[in-house]
Design a protein around this ligand. Structure first.
Ligand code: TRP
Ligand code: ZN
Length: 475
């Protein structure tokens, strides 16, 4: 029944901001989208991926296959130097397209090796190619940039992206912050593989996703080369830098584990991190095979962040996690990372599932049963914030990490479990992870899968728990 520090402490104050956020953003957005409204003959890529909550996140007209990021970070001046090489496929003819990049200075852009014109409009880096890119063809964009990255402030008042710490940076991009440190098609709809090469002062460690290909020190600087070959949403990329104690091992199942821990958090983290192999084994038993080849943890000391993130293959914690948080972030590897959102309104598919994993873990490890946890939440009065909005469409980006998404999302799964029985429930979870592995899923697809596998009509249940306003009557 824990709801640790994942939820933003600043939500209360952020509510005050609602008016301005709702009033200003859509207007600006409408103007931008209107200006680029595509027609059949148009060769301009849209400035957004069409997400109602984050209209400018992502872009239209192309799909990124691979990001090759070469970065240098000076932890004392907080200066970042970057070259991003994106290999992309055009999904329409393109003479102009956008990347998302916020802040930083762009010093050059080229497309297929030829210099391209570019300008900055808010978070959009607008690139005009010297030749029209053909639909279906691959192209390569190189962006050279540098500056002092700053996190973005989200509609709920939290910050994400490149968050400087006293010894480096805590890099967590959900939902928008990837664009604070590299140019991206910044929406979970567009997944890609990544090579992240990061040079930092000797003595600091730079940790990204996937496997460490190599590490080399010369002239007082150390370069770390990371590779994630499995498709990854931009918000799940990290390049966290700090003074870390590193531990590496291979599990019985052949998984490569890389743990990086801030020494200030090491004492508290050790007993929890020790459980990682058994947590992953338990989750694999419940959800099906672990979707990636590498695993681990980054335990930073980042009081400015205030939450953990399920960075792909290697969750990132702002301080030593408790066991429940470790279970939560690693459950996201199946639900959120491997099976990704196509729109932010479906966020319960991430947070409801990861939260329910915590309830299940407690149930199967001598703690409260999921039914007891459910009942305790259900006992909350109708006026409680838990019932403030339905989790299936939280209404705006301001609400995506709020209690109803996590808790009522988990309650929805518990109701499903009661309706279809344990056997079918766990078959449904495994089929969901397997059928959409490395890809995407929507709420409608989940409902259909649950109905198909159970042979039951479940639209009423999902309507009540995901979409109906207020506290559901029956439980
Ligand atoms: N997805 C994270 C988790 O629950 C939480 C998270 C990511 C978050 N970004 C955030 C919470 C911004 C608040 C604000 O595992
Ligand atoms: Zn979560």
């Amino acid at each position: 029944m824990t709801r640790p520090r994942r939820q933003p402490v600043r939500r209360r104050t952020a509510v005050l901001r609602r008016e301005t956020v709702l009033a200003t953003v859509p207007l600006a957005v409408a103007a931008l989208i209107g200006a680029a409204g595509p027609t059949a003959a148009d060769t301009t890529g849209a400035p957004g991926a069409g997400d109602r909550y984050f209209p400018l996140s992502g872009n239209g007209g192309y799909h990124v296959r691979h990001y090759d990021l070469t970065l240098g970070y000076d932890t004392s001046s907080r200066h970042l130097d970057g070259t991003a090489v994106l290999t992309a496929a055009a999904t329409q003819n393109l003479s102009r397209f956008d990347l998302d990049l916020k802040g930083l200075k762009v010093t050059g852009v080229s497309v297929d090796g030829a210099p391209a014109a570019f300008r900055r409009v808010g978070q959009e880096l607008v690139v005009t190619s010297h030749h029209t890119l053909r639909k279906g063809r691959d192209f390569r964009v190189t962006v050279a940039y540098n500056g002092t990255p700053k996190p973005v402030t989200d509609p709920d008042g939290s910050t994400d992206g490149w968050i400087p710490t006293d010894d480096g940076a805590f890099v967590a991009g959900e939902p928008q912050g990837a664009m604070t440190w590299f140019p991206a098609n910044n929406h979970p709809k567009d997944k890609a593989s990544y090579d992240i090469t990061l040079t930092v002062p000797e003595g600091r460690t730079a940790v990204a996703n996937g496997v460490l290909l190599g590490q080399r020190t010369a002239h007082g600087r150390t370069t770390f080369r990371w590779r994630e070959t499995q498709p990854m949403a931009s918000y799940l990329a990290t390049a966290t830098v700090g003074k870390f104690k590193v531990e590496q091992y291979t599990t019985h199942d052949g998984l490569k584990v890389y743990n990086a821990v801030d020494p200030r958090e090491a004492g508290a983290a050790a007993p929890v991190l020790k459980q990682l192999p058994s947590v992953l084994a338990w989750e694999s038993k419940l959800f099906g095979p672990y979707p990636f080849r590498s695993a681990g943890s980054i335990v930073d000391h980042a009081p400015d962040a205030g939450y953990a993130l399920e960075t792909q293959t290697r969750p990132l914690y702002d301080s030593a996690p408790d066991l429940s948080t470790l279970v939560h972030e690693n459950a996201h590897q199946w639900f959120g990372d491997s099976v990704s959102l196509t729109s932010w309104k479906d966020i319960w598919l991430n947070e409801g599932f990861a939260s329910y994993a915590e309830w299940l873990y407690a149930e199967q490890h001598g703690g409260d049963s999921a039914q007891t946890t459910f009942a305790a939440y259900y006992a909350r009065p109708a006026s409680d914030h838990l019932w403030a909005f339905p989790p299936g469409d939280p209404g705006s980006g301001q609400n995506i990490f709020d209690t109803p998404v996590y808790v009522r999302g988990a309650m929805t799964l518990h109701e499903l479990r009661k309706a279809v029985g344990d056997r079918d429930f766990f078959r449904i979870l495994r089929a969901w992870a397997a059928d959409h592995r490395g890809d995407h899923g929507t709420t409608a697809q989940f409902v259909r899968l649950a109905e198909r596998m159970s042979g039951k009509r479940l639209d009423g249940l999902f309507h009540t728990w995901l979409y109906a306003k207020g506290k559901p009557d029956r439980a």
